[in-house]
Design a protein around this ligand. Structure first.
Ligand code: SF4
Length: 447
């Protein structure tokens, strides 16, 4: 077991047995599950709706080059300034150029996991630029100096009391403020930032190929203000966000909202066609789009795992995963946690660093059952496991896998497990790897 694995297990244990942490996650997840269950009643055939989402996304991913080209051609025709970055370094270099060219001092940001991939807040601060997260959850974790805990609900691990205390420490608000009061404070604090910001940075939920427009879906209206108030709007998006056509949105948006929060549809859905035209009073004077690869093409080239690119980032697989529910978002150590994170982090972040995440899974299949894009997550997880064991540099893993497989095929040997002496011998040898809180299994005699 390598050091990363040991650290992972130690952190997992700490979180899983931290009563306060568990209480907060369970409370927030219980609210999500209740909303999810009642939201499902709106559908006569949810599976059919999921199938449509999956078809749109599969089509887009299977013909990514065609749809991406179509999107870019149309986006350029819409006067959007489109750029590509292959790596995180290229993306940061480009953003540095924007900061210099437009003399950016302050930035407002709407929620974007891709900006987390780029560690953008940290990078902007290094450039002397002050970034303000405007999504409430993101604002909370930014104030706390933390990363998002969950890809859709970044502050899921904080109770309203935690937030009141946090704001009190940083902004002098009452330490016993209610959730409504804390939200009102954040709203007031951020309002002026939109007006004064030089640059608005947003992500993109969809890159709509047939119209060259960007789809944004959010619940707080902060995305709308981030993209409308500052003079320059920078959109950063992964290349997998492409959907074939505008027609896909009426099918995808309700299913995304149902799986994200249990809502019928998210409160604010915007389609951005670029900068303001001369007939419009709102909107940026310049719209720039940065399309990022950062390992996505490598993922696309995988025979099995490529389907993870169909993910619409609803977060449902995290919310239903028994492992995530216990070990929480930070233990994964990656920007993307939970089942989908355990698969894509190896490509988008670092293969070696996150290889062990494929084993942080009980293979119960709940994630695949709930996924609106119908991604067979356990299958991809197993493929990542196989790749990890078969990779040439994992000689120990390969030896253990081959040896275990040989042992399990030896009927006479496993039958020995019925002998108390042999059973105790095996238990003594393996129980430290099995985990001290799990009962060591009995061996059953084979016929
Ligand atoms: S893998 Fe599926 S369930 Fe998980 S976040 Fe993506 S779309 Fe949602």
């Amino acid at each position: 077991m390598n050091k990363r694995c040991r650290n992972f297990l130690a952190e997992a244990e700490q979180t899983a047995f931290d009563p306060k942490h568990q209480r907060t996650i369970r409370h927030n997840l219980a609210k999500y599950h209740a909303a999810f269950d009642s939201g499902k009643l709106r559908y006569t055939n949810l599976e059919l709706s999921k199938l449509k989402v999956s078809d749109y996304k599969r089509d887009a991913i299977n013909q990514l080059d065609k749809y991406l080209k179509q999107f870019v051609d149309n986006a350029v025709a819409n006067q959007i300034d489109v750029h590509f970055a292959e790596t995180k370094l290229e993306a940061r270099t480009f953003i540095n150029q924007i900061v210099e060219e437009f003399k950016i001092k302050t930035v407002v940001k709407s929620k974007s996991m891709l900006s987390e991939e780029l560690e953008l807040n940290h990078f902007l601060a290094e450039l002397g630029v002050t970034p303000y997260e405007t999504d409430l959850g993101e604002f909370i974790v930014q104030t706390a100096g933390e990363r998002p805990y969950h890809l859709l609900t970044p502050a899921m691990h904080k109770s309203k009391e935690d937030v009141a205390r946090l704001f009190s420490t940083h902004f002098g608000t009452p330490a016993d403020a209610s959730a409504v009061e804390s939200s009102a404070f954040a709203r007031g604090f951020l309002r002026q930032k939109y007006v004064n910001a030089d640059l608005g940075i947003s992500g993109a939920n969809f890159l709509i190929a047939d119209s060259g427009a960007i789809g944004l879906t959010e619940n707080e209206g902060n995305g709308l203000m981030t993209t409308a108030f500052p003079k320059v709007h920078l959109i950063i998006a992964g290349i997998e966000k492409v959907v074939p056509s505008f027609d896909a949105l009426p099918d995808i948006l309700p299913v995304l909202a149902q799986h994200g929060t249990g809502q019928a549809v998210t409160a604010y859905n915007s389609v951005i066609f670029g900068s303001r035209t001369f007939t419009e009073v709102d909107g940026p004077e310049k719209t720039i789009l940065l399309l990022l690869d950062n390992g996505r093409n490598k993922l696309l080239s995988e025979d099995v795992q490529f389907s993870a690119l169909s993910c619409i980032r609803c977060g449902a697989c995290l919310n239903f995963c028994p492992v995530y529910q216990h070990i929480g978002g930070y233990t994964y150590g990656s920007v993307y946690g939970g089942p989908i994170g355990s698969i894509i982090s190896l490509y988008i972040e670092d293969k070696e660093k996150f290889e062990h995440l494929a084993f942080a899974c009980s293979l119960c299949g709940r994630c695949a059952e709930v996924c609106p894009a119908k991604i067979n997550l356990p299958e991809l997880m197993l493929q990542n496991r196989a790749d990890s064991v078969c990779s040439n540099d994992n000689l120990t893993g390969k030896l253990i896998a081959n040896f275990s497989s040989w042992i399990l095929m030896q009927k006479w040997l496993t039958n020995l497990g019925k002998s108390k002496f042999f059973y105790l011998f095996v238990k003594g040898l393996l129980s430290k790897y099995w985990g001290k809180r799990r009962a060591f299994p009995e061996f059953h005699k084979q016929d």
